[in-house]
Design a protein around this ligand. Structure first.
Ligand code: SAM
Ligand code: 2KA
Ligand code: SF4
Ligand code: MG
Length: 249
């Protein structure tokens, strides 16, 4: 019996196609709750680990406190097939972070899935996908410098690399920008970033910061009119309306 059976497999092995692994916090079948494809039945793959630390992150188990299991590309593609749906949403954490993400995306596209990648767009790894769902992180997302000095500094340094974002958009078949907004004062930054990325207003979605129906009801009153008067699309977070703020939905 070979010694390798008793040694730890590397995080991302190079044993051949489909065997590379990624740390995955959850997979589930649900309906896309955000953006242009809202309502589309989709298989979600959530990688664990993030290079940012938004104070409001709704999946801290994949960012602030990353946990999960190592899964092979082969097993993820097979699970997507078993789900019976045609759309896959690759999210995180930050899905562009794992080395094996390029191979995973290729494998999912080759298998014929429609692939959406949900990303903050800070990693220059242009990967083909059907819909790049890019959510640039505004200044307000930075964590408190007193409580989190190191992450506050790193987050601020990393959150808005416009050239990287443009490269990601150029590599994708389609894209949407999806800004998380919690206060009207952030709207100027939304407009600056959208202009700097040279995107059409119809490709820009404004989404409320929040994880409760009450927060979204309140945002409907002040944020929707603000977004629509600027010519942007407004999107609720329908998974919260449908299922509540629950893992695996
Ligand atoms: C958890 S993130 C994972 C993908 C990637 N790290 C990103 O931020 O785009 C998935 C989506 O949820 C959004 N999001 C996270 N926390 C949120 C919150 N509290 N309110 C509204 N949207 C949130 C992100 O902006 C992103 O569009
Ligand atoms: N239903 C549902 N739709 C989503 N759209 C983007 C999500 C994400 O966390 O990236 C998400 C999610 O977690 N659930
Ligand atoms: S970039 Fe995405 S996953 Fe990372 S902390 Fe922010 S919202 Fe969470
Ligand atoms: Mg989510």
């Amino acid at each position: 019996m070979g010694k390798s059976q008793f040694s730890h497999a590397p995080a991302e092995s190079t044993r051949g196609p489909g065997h590379a692994q990624l740390l995955v916090s959850e997979t589930f079948t649900s309906r896309q709750g955000e953006g242009r494809l809202t309502g589309t039945d989709s298989f979600f793959i959530r990688t664990s680990g993030c290079n940012l630390r938004c104070w409001f992150c709704d999946t801290p188990y994949a960012s602030w406190d990353p946990s999960g299991d190592r899964q092979t590309i082969q097993s993820l593609v097979e699970a997507a097939r078993q789900s019976g749906v045609a759309h896959v949403v690759l999210t995180g954490g930050e899905p562009l972070l794992p080395a094996a993400v390029t191979e995973l995306s290729d494998a999912l596209m080759q298998a014929g899935f429609h692939l959406t990648i949900e990303t903050a767009g800070t990693i220059d790894k242009p990967i083909p996908c059907d819909l790049l769902s890019l959510s640039p992180k505004l200044a307000d997302s930075t964590p408190d410098p007193q409580q989190h000095p190191r992450w506050s500094r790193l987050h601020e340094q990393r959150r808005m690399p416009l050239d990287t974002m443009r490269n990601l958009i150029d590599a994708a078949i389609g894209f949407q920008l999806k800004f998380v907004v919690g206060d009207a004062a952030q709207f100027g930054e939304v407009q600056d970033v959208s202009r700097a990325l040279d995107v059409d207003n119809e490709d820009v979605f404004i989404m409320p910061q929040g994880v409760t129906n009450a927060e979204m009801d309140a945002a409907q009153r002040w944020l929707r009119p603000l977004a629509e008067s600027a010519g942007y699309q407004y999107c609720d977070r329908m998974q919260i309306r449908w299922f509540g703020n629950r893992r695996g939905t």
